[in-house]
Design a protein around this ligand. Structure first.
Ligand code: IPD
Ligand code: CA
Ligand code: CA
Length: 270
């Protein structure tokens, strides 16, 4: 049987083209008010573009990987069962939907490829800034074709990004106490509204860490390998490995900065 990493490498150009096309579709279809719909929970939106992009991605990937499974954000309830068997594509058709609706130009298509429960590749494309992050296990991380390698910067040397969503409001008080401390201990903090892009920015050296207390596998799968292959680390706040079949907390960054953020988190989280 062919090595799964070789299978991905062999199809890499085709995979990247599919992700690029999906991003171009996003950029060319700004959402109209009538296309914005609410999902369960506060301020949790989905646009017709989220649904269309996921449908197109699945159709295209199935042509190259006929027996693979999918764990995507839209219309795929229950498909976390697929996360650990053979090839699984973790798809967030638009990460940063609220940004997309309000014209922030900071949203992306995020596709992670796992094999038997391990992420082997990630592709994250922001069509508004034309930034394409990619990584294949053992082959490094790239931004628009240029190799990324981070320095082991501390909290005091950089910007820390964090995420929070109105539909995941547990621990809001603790999160903002942590955010205040991160602000005081770093150069500054950001809440960018696209976890995938904000984690990828660690790989590019723009953020030293990223924290979110609850994220879904399709939000972080692709970015997780992009940060690791650039020399960073990603785990849960507890330091347990990230899960791929259920939501978990995410702490990513340089080794030094994540240790510092973890110490701060432990003061506020039970
Ligand atoms: C959201 C974004 C946001 C993060 C939320 C995610 P969506 O994804 O990544 O930055 O804070 O937790 O749900 O809904 O825009 O795909
Ligand atoms: Ca998302
Ligand atoms: Ca999404």
């Amino acid at each position: 049987m062919e090595n799964p990493i070789e299978t991905i490498e062999k199809n890499r150009d085709a995979i990247e083209k599919i992700v690029l096309n999906a991003g171009h579709y996003m950029k060319d279809h700004p959402p109209q008010i009538k296309e914005v719909h609410r999902k369960a929970g506060l301020a949790n939106f989905v646009t017709d573009e989220d649904v269309q992009i996921q449908k197109d991605l699945i159709e295209e990937f199935e042509k190259i990987f006929p027996s693979c499974s999918f764990y995507g954000e839209e219309d795929t309830a229950g498909n976390n069962k697929n996360a650990k068997k053979g090839f699984c594509f973790f798809i967030d058709p638009i990460d940063g939907t609220t940004n997309f609706i309000f014209g922030y130009n900071h949203s992306c298509v995020s596709v992670g490829i796992g094999y038997d429960g391990k992420i082997l590749a990630g592709f994250v494309y922001n069509p508004f800034a034309d930034t394409f992050y990619s990584a294949v296990r053992g082959h490094g991380s790239l931004l628009n074709g240029n190799r990324l390698q981070i320095r082991n910067s501390s909290l005091a040397e950089g910007i820390v990004s964090f995420g929070c969503a109105r539909y995941n409001e547990g621990d809001t008080d603790a999160l903002f106490q942590i955010a205040k401390e991160l602000y005081l201990e770093s150069l500054s903090i950001r809440e960018g509204g696209s976890a995938a892009l904000d984690i990828c920015r660690i790989a590019a050296g723009a953020n030293v860490a990223y924290l979110e207390l609850k994220l879904n596998p399709y939000d972080y799968a692709a970015a997780s390998i992009i940060v690791e292959e650039a020399g960073g680390v990603i785990a849960q706040v507890s330091d347990s490995p990230i899960t791929l079949d259920m939501p978990c907390s995410i702490l990513a960054g340089t080794k030094k900065a994540t240790e510092e953020v973890r110490t701060i988190c432990n003061k506020y989280l039970k």
